[in-house]
Design a binder for this molecule. Structure first.
Ligand code: ARG
Ligand code: ZN
Length: 872
């Protein structure tokens, strides 16, 4: 059934302490749980019975205060009849981790026992009040065979360990901090570890340990460096220190998501831990740093202060994503980092906000909570917190964070509590702003400007609107921080003075847009300015402003705000591509304006720009973003137009691409620094432009690049270009890559991914063959995402190819995966949900597959929710 936010009630019982005894063997996991339970004085009702959550395990016994007790078991509950106000419950259960293919609860990844409890996995380990507002202190004793399972880990501090009879041993862990069950973790198996230390600023000595499969320790250094940087950064920027004596990370090969912030024992997908230059790309290095930071930062924003209920998920995720974004910006180039954030938001979140699953940052209802770990809750949630940061300014924002921790440390709270802390500490009124938590959809912002030379006055008119989304037909106007600047004819920032102000204050101002239509008047403006709008992407909106190509080109060359500067180029490119789509439809030639080519040329020639910014600026807007700008997505048209622009740029700037390519030649060992990453990015980008004509010279160059690559970053860049070129060279490169890397699962994922993303014809047939490949493994989430996910979400051209075979393929894969791992199946499914955004024929074909899925017997709740909501 549907769970609703408004139905929240405090738990009728609380659990003070949990004593777990976990005995692991190859056949089963036997768990004995001793719970100290008492009635919650703050609860509205006083029920006679205690109802615990639990599923997919066998109840062995249950005793209340040492005696048998009247109880009843259903597939998802255990009810204890007639309980007193305070008592001890002892529950014995048994489960089979080796058969758990859902990878939630206690399961096995190869020979390793591990857990994933967020959101509702703990109930698969033992019966419990499995909700985040029940916070308990945990003691966990693990018993297992010593030779098969030498390492036994859980949350907190190790308080006891030793040998037992029969070749077994045990370890007891105690976590002094009360925590919700979703933060529980247990890992047991054969693991090596990289160890280091960190001294907190108040002098606590923390042992840092990263556990990996034997042999992988040399690939942990970057993760360890990232962890130490994260710990230091959180002290420096937020004054937040680590609070236990050990911090552990375990890398797991079979993991549904990226990573998990379990108290003191983070569990990670191995692709977000393991790195060396031979096997990991710059993007991997970057993601590892960001996600290690993210999970570490959760220790305060998530663990010390947690969520009252799952509707508040963005309380911890939005805030923690913002914190990891700030961390990334501080570790590398801030401009790049912001461009990255926005690209990701537009590619993943904007389509979600425009589709059938559109939901507020704080959802109102769900069928399966796992379906709400979304780009909206995470990325848009981060934008919402960032807007508060913008409205308050850094100092008042920090004071707000301090107040938040002062008020709520040790509590399970709501998004409203967070906004209140910000409001109370700063005096900034956030009443209207809170609508960002409640209203789904991406606001449209129309901005127009006019200059009155006689009055030296510039008037900016801002109109906002928000389209209906499922369940929200009528929307209220939002409070939108709009950051703007005005440029003079030489491209310099003008000082800004709003009507009514005595003096000018700064060259970038944040306008408070609050009404359907707002007017802002700037005074003492000496000449007709060019407006720089939405600087830093100050709000997650779609901006529409009638600006000429000349104005955009001007901003592209001069805007002092790097985001706005990049954005001007993207707008210019987007407009050009959309015009070409129209031309193509009308049977007219697709003409690329010289203005655009010149602008790209000037960017390439601008000596003041760093290479990563240039690479960003000469990369054309992506198909997902462009599609969102069209009333109905014409994917073939978009692809043809984008290719046309690419080939014109390739032709007309051939000399530039060559010289950029040559100049960005590297030397020396691999280093992960902003300069080196930028250099490699720009060089790969130039290579791709140089390869658009698919000629002999291009093929030779790409082969050389691929073969001489000194690191995985260049190797995959070369391979992707060769795969797109097709031809014998492409096949040979794929074959040699396979031969070289068949023993490295994380690298093989890249091999599958590149093939699945190749936008040329024949890809679907190849992908269909690859699901039969001996190395394809439907039980491994990374492998499934790298092939099926990459094809459906990362290759719109071939996924949406006429005829609907891509849709049928995806539906088949979803149904097959659902039997093993519903969470993964539901995630794969989402591209079909956007059917309304396509033409009539594709709509029919996509709906047909969704219908076939909904009608399947024994469908999981996860897939059912996405498929049925997509159709309704
Ligand atoms: N809290 C984790 C994070 O850092 C995500 C875990 C989600 N897992 C799940 N099965 N829904 O973002
Ligand atoms: Zn998170």
């Amino acid at each position: 059934g549907t769970i609703r936010r408004v139905d929240y009630t405090p738990p009728p019982f609380l659990i003070e302490t949990v004593d777990l005894d976990v005995v692991l063997s190859p056949e089963a996991a036997n768990v004995v749980s001793r719970l100290a339970v008492r009635r919650n004085a703050g609860a509205a009702s006083k029920p006679a019975d205690l109802v615990l959550d639990g599923k997919k395990m066998d109840l062995v016994s249950v005793r209340l205060d040492g005696r048998p007790v009247d109880h009843q078991v259903t597939p998802e509950t255990l009810t204890i009849r007639g309980v007193p106000d305070s008592f001890t419950l002892e529950i014995a259960t048994r489960s089979r981790p080796q058969d758990n293919t859902e990878l939630t609860g206690l399961y096995k990844s190869r020979e390793l026992f591990c857990t994933q409890c967020e959101a509702e996995g703990f109930r698969r380990i033992t019966y419990f009040l499995d909700r985040p507002d029940v916070m308990a202190r945990y003691t966990t004793r693990i018993v297992a065979d010593k030779s098969l399972t030498p390492v036994l880990l859980s949350n907190g501090n190790l308080i006891d360990s030793g040998p037992l009879d029969g070749g077994r041993h045990f370890a007891t862990w105690e976590d002094p901090f009360p925590k919700p069950s979703y933060l529980f973790a247990l890992v047991a198996g054969s693991l090596d570890c990289l160890e280091d230390r960190f001294t907190t600023r108040s002098g606590r000595e923390v042992a840092l340990r990263i556990y990996v499969r034997p042999g992988d320790v040399p690939r942990c250094e970057h993760a360890m460096e990232s962890l130490k940087k994260s710990m230091k950064w959180d002290e420096d920027v937020y004054g937040l220190e680590y609070d236990l004596d050990t911090f552990m990370i375990v890398a797991i090969d079979d993991f549904n998501m990226g990573a998990m912030e379990n108290k003191g024992l983070n569990v990670f997908n191995s692709k977000l831990v393991l790195a060396n230059p031979e096997t990991a790309t710059d993007l991997d290095y970057h993601s590892i740093e960001a996600v290690i930071g993210h999970e570490y930062f959760h220790n305060w924003t998530g663990n010390r202060v947690t969520c009252r209920d799952w509707f508040q998920l963005s309380l911890k995720e939005g805030l923690t994503v913002l914190r990891d974004q700030q961390f990334s910006a501080d570790m590398g180039s801030a401009a790049d980092a912001r461009i990255d954030d926005v690209r990701r938001l537009r590619a993943a979140q904007f389509p979600e906000d425009a589709g059938p699953m559109a939901h507020p940052v704080r959802p109102d209802s769900y069928i399966e909570i796992n379906n709400f770990y979304t780009a909206t809750v995470y990325q848009k949630g981060a934008e919402v917190v960032r807007m508060m940061h913008t409205l308050l300014g850094p100092d008042r924002f920090r004071k707000g964070m301090d107040l938040y921790f002062q008020r709520h440390d040790g509590q399970a709270v709501t998004c409203d509590d967070f906004a209140s802390a910000m409001e109370d500490s700063s005096g900034v009124d956030l009443a209207q702003f809170r609508l960002w938590y409640a209203q789904a959809g991406t606001p449209d912002l129309k901005v127009e400007g006019s200059y009155d030379a006689a009055a030296r006055r510039y008037t900016m008119t801002v109109a906002q609107s928000l389209r209906p989304t499922p369940g929200q037909p009528d929307k209220k106007p939002m409070h939108i921080p709009l950051s703007v600047g005005l440029l003079d004819g030489a491209g310099r920032d003008l000082p800004l003075k709003l009507a009514g102000e005595a003096t000018a204050g700064g060259t970038t101002r944040v306008l408070d847009v609050r009404n359907p239509r707002d007017v802002f008047v700037f005074e003492d403006v000496p000449e007709k300015p060019v407006a720089s709008l939405l600087r830093g992407f100050s709000a997650p909106v779609k901006l529409e402003a009638p600006r000429s190509q000349e104005e955009l080109t001007f901003l592209m060359a001069h805007d002092s705000d790097p985001f706005a500067r990049w954005e001007a180029g993207q707008q210019l490119g987007a407009r050009l591509i959309l015009d070409l789509v129209e031309a193509r439809k009308a049977g007219k030639p697709m003409v690329v304006s010289d203005l655009f080519v010149d602008a790209i040329r000037r960017t390439l020639d601008d000596q003041r720009l760093d290479r990563s910014f240039i690479a960003d600026a000469v990369t054309l807007p992506g198909l997902a973003f462009l599609g969102e700008l069209m009333p109905s997505i014409d994917i073939e048209g978009l692809w043809a137009a984008q290719q046309r622009v690419r080939s014109v740029l390739s032709d007309q700037l051939a000399d530039r691409w060559s010289s950029v390519y040559d100049a960005a030649h590297g030397s020396g060992p691999y280093r992960f620094t902003p300069e080196e990453v930028g250099r490699r990015r720009l060089r790969s980008t130039a290579l791709a432009y140089l390869s658009t004509d698919k000629g002999e010279a291009a093929r030779r160059r790409a082969v050389e690049y691929f073969e001489k690559a000194g690191n995985m970053t260049e190797q995959v860049a070369g391979l992707a270009v060769l795969a797109e070129l097709g031809s014998a060279e492409g096949e040979a490169a794929l074959a040699s890559f396979w031969e070289r890397w068949k023993g490295e699962p994380l690298v093989l994922d890249k091999w599958f991914g590149i093939q699945a993303r190749t936008p040329t014809a024949g890809t679907l047939e190849r992908v269909e063959r690859l699901v039969e490949h001996p190395s394809y493994d439907r039980k491994n989430p990374n492998r499934v995402y790298s092939l099926v996910g990459a094809f459906a979400s990362g290759n719109p051209v071939q996924f949406h190819a006429a005829g609907g075979r891509g849709y049928r393929f995806l539906a088949d894969q979803v149904l097959a995966t659902d039997k093993l791992n519903p969470q993964i199946a539901a995630r794969l499914l989402s591209p079909l949900g956007s059917w309304r955004r396509y033409d009539g024929e594709r709509q029919t074909l996509m709906k047909r597959e969704l219908t076939r899925i909904v009608q399947e017997k024994g469908l999981s709740r996860d897939v059912y929710e996405i498929a049925s909501k997509s159709l309704s």
